[in-house]
Design a binder for this molecule. Sequence first.
Ligand SMILES: [Zn+2]
Ligand SMILES: [Zn+2]
Length: 116
Amino acid sequence: MTSTTASDYSQTTHCSECGTEVSHRPTVMEFDGQEIHVFDPALCPECLLSLCERVAVECANCGGKIPPYSQVGVLKTGTGASQFVHMTTACSTVGSAFHGFLGKHALGEYVQVEAC
Ligand SMILES: [Zn+2]
Ligand SMILES: [Zn+2]
C-alpha cells in the first residue's frame, strides 16, 4: 500500500520509530509512576517505553525519572548547566526559572513555554 491518492484521513497512523500501526492516540503509558500522553509524534507503546528508558532525565530534586514529552521545570546551575525537575509542587521549587517541555530531540535543551 504505497498509494497516497486515496483519502488519507483515517484514524490509523504509524509509529514513527518502528512503523507499527498506532490505532489510538495519544499513546498513554505509565513510566516511573507517571502517566505520559504522547500525541505527536505517533509512537506505539513499546517504542514509547524504550524511548523513555533511553532519554528520560533525572529530576534534580527527587531523583526520579522525567520522561520525554512532559512538562519540566528547568533550573540553571552556577556552571550554566541546566537541571530538570518535575513540574509538581513537590519538585518545582521557587528557584525554577523556566518551564519547559522536554522533547526527544531536545534532551539537554527545552522548549521554553513562558518566562515570568
Ligand atoms: Zn513502535
Ligand atoms: Zn521530581
